[in-house]
Ligand binder design. Structure first.
Ligand code: GLU
Length: 521
């Protein structure tokens, strides 16, 4: 059947959005866009006990940052609204009643204590065809008794009556025909009298129908819920509009077995949430990709390739290219290892695609934190000179490592000397090696050469200094670097001197001569 593609992302606002949820939303978005379809944002908040304040706002802000746009839903509107399930209470009741009237569901009065007793009595107890006739429900009790209990205000739930021994087929775009025998399913609770609210199961499925969802694209952990989806669609008589399913591969731990957890992130030092999250109850702060200095495009590109690839060597894909090339059917069935170092690499690639000026809003913040104020033009110059450099860092396990500059913040430790005159340390390896007998005289001479230059530009500096180098046969570079940087870092010396300007260059050199002094043989 050819119908309009309508997909949804339907989080429950129970906390911050996990990075796996972001990947799910991204795949839905790519699929919707490439098919000219609609992408719906639905909030599944019928379980009030799990509601966390701020979670919904957090989710909305995350997608805004990432550039994933919804066509309709919470905060946007649309003709299938409201899109927050807690505002749809009245809609669900009639579907519960329909199942009850048709004998496809029943009312159960078993208290939590009674259920516990049964669990103790029967090994692997499950409320299903094998046990339901031993329980206190409308199948085992007289109609008058049921009515009386309800009239007395006794709490009850409505359970779906699942016929055992049926092979339920789930048509999964990634996994093919998944067949699950209904005997393993329990009679799911669809509605609770206590809060007059449907459970997640019912609301999720009724809404998929009412919102004309064509494809249910979600994480693999929801695969066990899909036979219920199929059975309820059938029970309601909606078989013809059954959505197609795609259960996405799990995100796996960077090392070892099992699925990616927040603990892995804490241990290895990477975020598992798009934005920083401040837990309203515990006050705990969890790091986010945005605050860590990732570019949203880099996060998108990184996540897009966790579970799918274009089948070529191309790794850098813009959102536009992802929309064109994404192929839901070619997603992997197996879990995708969460290689967070690859995420860092993507950020480096995307940062290098920005102009130096585009680095400055963030770089300026870092400089301000260090009490430095500077023009954006000069900051951009520093970025231009330094953005390809390598930094040393300590990884999550305390090991010293090296990598390319991958975050704007990486610049600061490498760039401090552009803004602050160095302190000289004779114990620094580079200083020790390069400030030797004779160096004082060479640098003193260089001060003379530089003093005579009025036009302190790279070209002019180069011409004058190289003339002097040729005439005198000195190799002044490392010692000059000691004077201006204080150690063995930094860009080309002419670039640095031109950046600092004549006054600052000469002042640093005079200071180096004074502090480091004339070394005797
Ligand atoms: N509310 C579910 C969640 O929290 C939605 C699952 C689904 O996509 O059907 O992820």
């Amino acid at each position: 059947m050819n119908r309009k593609v309508r997909v949804r992302f339907a989080p429950s606002p129970t906390g911050p959005l996990h990075i796996g949820g972001v990947r799910t939303a991204l795949y839905n978005y790519l699929f919707a866009k490439q098919n000219g379809g609609d992408f719906i944002f639905r909030i599944e908040d019928t379980d009030s006990t799990r509601f966390v304040p701020g979670a919904e706002e957090y989710i909305i802000e995350s997608f805004k940052w990432l550039g994933i746009k919804f066509d309709e839903g919470v905060g946007i509107g649309g003709k299938y609204g409201p899109y927050r399930q807690s505002e749809r209470k009245d809609i669900y009741k009639k579907y519960v009643d329909q199942l009850l009237d048709e004998g496809k569901a029943y009312i159960a009065f078993d208290t939590p204590e009674e259920l516990d007793t049964k669990r103790a009595e029967i090994e692997n107890f499950q409320y299903d065809a094998s046990t339901r006739m031993q329980m206190r429900n409308s199948l085992t009790m007289a109609a008058e008794e049921v009515e009386k209990l309800i009239a007395d205000g006794t709490q009850y739930v409505v359970r779906f009556k699942i016929e055992p021994g049926i092979d339920v087929h789930v048509n999964d775009i990634i996994r093919g025909d998944v067949s699950i025998n209904s005997s393993i399913l329990d009679d799911k609770v669809l509605f609770k009298s206590a809060d007059q609210l449907p459970t997640y199961h019912l609301a999720n499925i009724v809404d998929d129908h009412l919102m004309e969802v064509s494809h249910v694209i979600r994480g693999e952990e929801w695969l066990p819920s899909s036979p219920l989806h199929v059975l309820l669609y059938e029970a309601f008589g909606w078989k013809d509009t059954m959505p197609e399913f795609a259960h996405l591969p799990l995100l796996l731990k960077p090392v070892g077995n099992g699925k990616l957890s927040k603990r892995d992130g804490d241990k290895l030092g990477f975020p598992v949430f798009p934005l920083e999250w401040h837990d309203p109850k515990s006050g705990e702060v969890s790091s986010g990709y945005r605050e860590k200095g990732y570019l949203p495009q880099a996060v998108i590109n990184f996540l897009a390739l966790l579970g799918w690839n274009p089948g070529t060597d191309q790794e850098i894909l813009s959102m536009k290219e992802l929309i064109e090339q994404f192929n839901l059917g070619k997603c992997s069935k197996n879990g995708a290892r969460f290689d967070y170092n690859k995420g860092i690499w993507f950020n480096q690639q995307y940062l290098l695609m920005l102009s130096p000026m585009e680095w400055t809003p963030e770089f300026d913040k870092v400089l301000k934190e260090n009490n430095i104020s500077c023009t954006l033009e000069k900051e951009a110059k520093v970025v231009e000179l330094m953005r390809q450099k390598v930094i040393e860092y300590v990884d999550g396990q305390g090991n010293k490592k090296k990598r390319n500059i991958s975050f704007v913040r990486d610049l600061w430790p490498l760039c401090k000397f552009f803004f602050v005159a160095p302190q000289y340390d004779m114990e620094d390896k580079f200083v020790k090696k390069n400030w030797k007998a004779g160096t004082y005289q060479e640098m003193d001479e260089l001060v003379g050469v530089l003093s005579a230059i009025d036009d302190f530009t790279v070209d002019c500096l180069k011409e004058m200094v190289e003339g002097w180098v040729e005439a005198r046969g000195f190799k002044p570079w490392n010692a000059w670097r000691v004077c201006l940087v204080g150690t063995g870092q930094g860009p080309d010396m002419y670039e640095l001197a031109a950046f600092l300007g004549k006054e600052e260059t000469l002042s640093r050199m005079e200071n180096a001569l004074k502090v480091l002094g004339d070394i005797k043989e």
